[in-house]
Design a protein around this ligand. Structure first.
Ligand SMILES: *Cc1c(COP(=O)(O)O)cnc(C)c1O
Length: 400
């Protein structure tokens, strides 16, 4: 307990000083160790949220921490008007694991989505000299809170108070190819979707849907943009979720686990898009791709390889799915388990907030994805014994 303040006093001060844009759980996290978090009063919690699919490597990874400390002592920030070594290395490694050709580093997921939208619009603009191209996005999608990202987010409640959005956005239904096809016209420059919808309730895109979209986009010279901000970086047992399906996007976004806690995102594109979209003067950022953020990305990608994170996810996910299925079978108010890899959701026939609060009281951190779904996005280094422990606490919360 630093300077003797109680957790309750911290919470009261936060509620006076921070803009109330979140109904926060009543806990102040202070430090982390492996897959556990500790609050300011020393209580220990098993973490199945990982800062919302961010802290893939767990807390207190010494290799990661040391790389950041070294970079802090060398240089934290330059400017994108100059080259820096961590950005060059991070881009090389990110290209290797994604098979994409060009990288633009951002500060967040939303900013990566903004960049992807701008690249797609510029691509359309260079084709016909017109500036009224349309983007098809999906219902129940989530792409971020900035105006462009919000405009392609398929949840009217998030958008409504902030209309008008950027305009020329149409919404189709995930896994309903005809609903996309029906919206395509000569103005369409891109189709945008999350390979696995996250906030919207953990809905994976189906292989057939993705393949048909890929064909459609190829035929009509429309860009396929996959938002891998939540489902990417090993989460589904593939570095990027689309890699399971033998298709490849023209533009891809990543963030969340990319820096494992250091705020960083990126949008990546193929050479075809790179050569026919954003060019000098079209886009920029002060912080994006700075040496500290990129040292994090670079180290994260090294550690994914060295620690065989993908293999671990594939193995552990089988166990998680089995345990969740067994749990779901015991409660008739749990209607479905769905997801991919270590990105899972349990759908309830009722709101889940009370169960999550109860679990937190009992030392387990969980989060929802929509009112009726509990989401499981633990650190990727989670072990089977951690899953057993999670099930035990959650089971206790469900029995109340
Ligand atoms: C979290 C998320 C975003 C937004 O990322 P921020 O870093 O919060 O701006 C965008 N798309 C998806 C799929 C996300 O899960």
């Amino acid at each position: 307990m630093e300077n003797g303040m109680s957790m309750q006093a911290y919470i009261e001060e936060a509620e006076r000083d921070l803009l109330h844009t979140y109904n926060r759980y009543q806990v102040v996290f202070d430090r982390g160790e492996g897959v556990y978090l500790y609050d300011t009063e020393g209580k220990k919690y098993l973490d199945f949220v990982a800062g919302i699919a961010v802290f893939a490597l767990g807390y207190g990874n010494q290799d990661y921490n040391s790389a950041l400390k070294e970079q802090i002592d060398r240089i934290i920030h330059t400017s994108n008007y100059y080259y820096n070594v961590p950005a060059i290395e991070a881009a090389r490694k990110l290209k290797k694991v994604s098979g994409m050709d060009r990288v633009f580093f951002t500060n967040s997921g939303a900013e990566a989505v903004e960049g992807a939208i701008k690249a797609a619009r510029k691509y359309g603009y260079l084709k016909d000299g017109c500036a009224d191209h349309e983007i098809i996005a999906m219902e129940h999608s989530f792409h971020g809170r900035t105006m462009g990202a919000l405009s392609v987010t398929g949840n009217p409640h998030y958008r409504e108070p902030f209309e008008p959005g950027i305009g020329n956005i149409r919404f189709a239904r995930l896994n309903d190819f005809e609903s996309v096809e029906a919206l395509v016209n000569e103005k369409t420059c891109a189709v945008l979707l999350e390979t696995v919808q996250g906030e919207g309730g953990i809905f994976p895109a189906e292989e057939e849907f993705l393949k048909k979209l890929r064909d459609l986009c190829d035929k009509k010279d429309i860009l396929l943009i996959l938002d891998e901000i939540q489902c990417g970086m090993g989460r589904t047992g593939f570095m990027f979720a689309w890699q399971k399906y033998g298709i490849k996007p023209d533009i891809m976004t990543t963030a969340k686990a990319l820096g494992c806690g250091v705020p960083v995102g990126a949008f990546l594109m193929t050479e075809k898009v790179g050569a026919h979209s954003l060019t000098a003067g079209d886009h920029g950022t002060t912080y994006g791709g700075n040496p500290l953020a990129c040292a994090a990305v670079s180290k994260v990608l090294d550690l994914f390889e060295e620690d065989h994170i993908i293999e671990h996810v594939r193995k552990t996910a089988v166990y998680l799915e089995r345990c969740l299925d067994e749990l779901a079978a015991r409660y008739d108010f749990i209607t479905e388990r769905r997801g991919a890899g270590l990105m899972q959701g349990l759908a309830f026939d009722r709101p889940v907030a009370g169960y999550i609060t109860k679990a937190l009281e009992n030392g387990l951190v969980l989060i929802n994805a929509g009112a009726n779904i509990i989401r499981f996005v633990p650190p990727l280094v989670i072990g089977e014994e951690d899953i057993d422990k999670m099930i035990e606490i959650l089971d206790g919360a469900l029995m109340q």
